[in-house]
Design a protein around this ligand. Sequence first.
Ligand code: UGA
Ligand code: MN
Length: 300
Amino acid sequence: MKSVLFSRFFILLPWILIVIIMLDVDTRRPAPPLTPRPYFSPYAVGRPQPQPEPPLPTIYAITPTYSRPVQKAELTRLANTFRQVAQLHWILVEDAAARSELVSRFLARAGLPSTHLHVPTPRRYKRPGLPRATEQRNAGLAWLSQRHQHQRAQPGVLFFADDDNTYSLELFQEMRTTRKVSVWPVGLVGGRRYERPLVENGKVVGWYTGWRADRPFAIDMAGFAVSLQVILSNPKAVFKRRGSQPGMQESDFLKQITTVEELEPKASNCTKVLVWHTRTEKVNLANEPKYHLDTVKIEV
Ligand code: UGA
Ligand code: MN
């Protein structure tokens, strides 16, 4: 009797195991999606069909940069941000008589669509109290116009991205939808925690600033973006050396392409800071050796 029971048990055992395994496999199948996949019926003629996504406007970031001990560190921070932004083209303009090896090598490894330009600031303009990066930003503008000279302009947005500021990724989402000229607050600037455009009923009506409130556009270079279309239809709009003062470059440029009434407020009606006008401390190199140099030459 005992042996009959045993033999029955061993005959049934594999079947029991098979059933257990099959039940287990079935419960591991992925659950069906919560939203059903669209079903394209051949009879659905005339119904709205899903449209292909329109292309993302390209963000062109013009960055003037110059040689100094912190340059590579600044560019590294910037590239780490830009690499996370879709469809961004970096226009890096060196304030130099030629493209430097450091920047060329850096860009080649940055993993970003980029253009490397250079133009030196004339010696007479390299003085404290004079505006910086005028020639470099103009070189970036000229490149943009040149590139789009013959083809119909694809959607694009231009933004002046100094190499020492700090940019949140949200900022790029905001500026991407610029129709003509968009504006937003900038943190740590103008002797205040922030400056911002004042907005009423969706329009810019003034400026919250602690410095030269008489500026027509009391905004830092990091506080606005311009559509490519506006840039291309205003080829004469450039940064000027003659008669320009520091802090007035933004106003002098914006005056040529837009009006305050036309500005598009971003960042929740200009109530969020998404970019900071950080400035890097000058490094202390007091202990750099003049003799007994290191045995290897290292790029920093
Ligand atoms: C402020 C504004 O934020 C700048 O946009 C403006 O150009 C500048 O004032 C000005 O006075 O013209 P700030 O932090 O004082 O900025 O200026 P920097 O960050 O020293 O320079 C602005 C950009 O120009 C940087 O990307 C920097 O690398 C570049 N630069 C600066 C040069 O290409 N050459 C220089 O000799 C100095
Ligand atoms: Mn700066």
